[in-house]
Design a protein around this ligand. Structure first.
Ligand code: F6P
Length: 325
């Protein structure tokens, strides 16, 4: 029977990540089982501001999407949600459609938009989905594992070239302002150096090490470079200039955001999606779902946006330990 007190809308703002569709599927199926009506908002927060008609979601619509990349609800970057005029238009659209609960499937920026909407009286639940894994409180976001594997696959191939040609590559991975993705990718690819924005790099140290490598006949190396560190080409030039070693650069790029979600990303998406409906059924409001030490829980949106997630220094140290001649 339909529970007429609750009408849920799902929105997928910001950068997409593998596992969003899996998550939409989980939310829709669990919501229907609980008797809630579910609709989808197209194009992220921009769709609310532009009053794009919402789309009714049911088991038929979300059939056979568990493995597909991207987001069936599409997305956009929307800065207007942060200003009062944009926010008020978005809230008006939600109220016009009689939405009582909004489920935001997205990353850091999406949580900030969600916090603003939550002040309107509409209850908001955020499901952390992002390749950057930069949301406070959760050990992992949906899509992170897939992005790691995509970048690792690409870097393994570049490593073949580096070994064959005795050369040094600096490879840029995504992660926005953080190095969470770079750290995991660096450890998994046995990178000689991992550069992350959270830790100031001593270029002279890298240069000295590369020269030392060359003396000891280690002629290839991989430097994993998180995009938040700045200009990869500039760094390559600097290192080349200081060492006389030719440095090649490459970027893994948007393939990290697309493609089939890994089993781990899918299963996390399904668990988070189901938990979101549990929270709504139990009357919880304005929460972010998190995975903490293998347990799924929720934190208040306020807490999540006011705290900062730290990069894992121990993993960086471990990767450093393995870099050898
Ligand atoms: O947040 C996901 C992400 O891919 C970041 O890693 C990257 O910095 C950013 O989005 C790129 O965004 P855009 O789609 O605006 O180019």
């Amino acid at each position: 029977m339909l529970n007429t007190n609750k009408k849920i809308a799902i929105i997928t703002p910001g950068g997409d990540a593998p596992g969003i569709n899996t998550c939409i599927r989980a939310v829709v199926n669990c919501a229907i089982d609980s008797g809630f009506e579910v609709v989808g908002v197209m194009n992220g927060y921009q769709g609310l501001i532009d009053e794009i008609p919402v789309r009714r979601l049911d088991a038929e619509v979300v059939k056979n999407i568990i493995h597909s990349g991207g987001t069936m609800l599409k997305s956009s970057r929307c800065t207007q949600i942060k200003n009062p005029a944009g926010l008020s238009k978005a809230v008006k659209t939600l109220k016009k459609n009689k939405i009582t609960h909004l489920i935001v499937i997205g990353g850091n920026g999406s949580v900030i938009g969600a916090e603003k909407i939550s002040k309107s009286g509409i209850s908001v639940i955020c499901i952390p989905v992002s390749i950057d894994n930069d949301i406070f409180g959760t050990d992992e976001t949906v899509g992170f594992d897939t992005a790691i594997n995509t970048a690792v696959g690409a870097i393994d191939k570049i490593r073949d070239v580096a070994i064959s040609f005795d050369c040094v590559f600096i490879i840029e991975v995504m992660g926005r302002h953080h190095g969470f993705l770079a750290v995991e990718v660096g450890l998994a690819t046995d990178a000689e150096f991992i550069l992350v924005p959270e830790i100031k790099q001593d270029i002279n140290k890298i240069c000295d090490k590369l020269k030392e490598y060359q003396k000891k006949k280690k002629t290839s190396a991989i430097i994993v470079f998180a995009e938040g560190c700045g200009d990869v080409k500039k760094l390559a030039k600097q290192i080349s200039h200081n060492t006389g070693i030719k440095i090649r650069t490459d970027t893994v790029g948007y393939i990290q955001r697309g493609g089939h979600p890994s089993a781990r990303s899918r299963n996390l998406a399904s668990r988070f999606g189901s938990f979101a409906i549990d929270l709504i059924s139990k009357g919880y409001k304005n929460r972010v779902i998190v995975l903490h030490k293998s347990e799924i829980k929720s934190l208040s949106i306020q807490k999540v946006i006011s705290e900062k997630k730290e990069v894992d220094i121990e993993t960086l140290k471990l990767a450093e330990k393995f870099a050898r001649y």
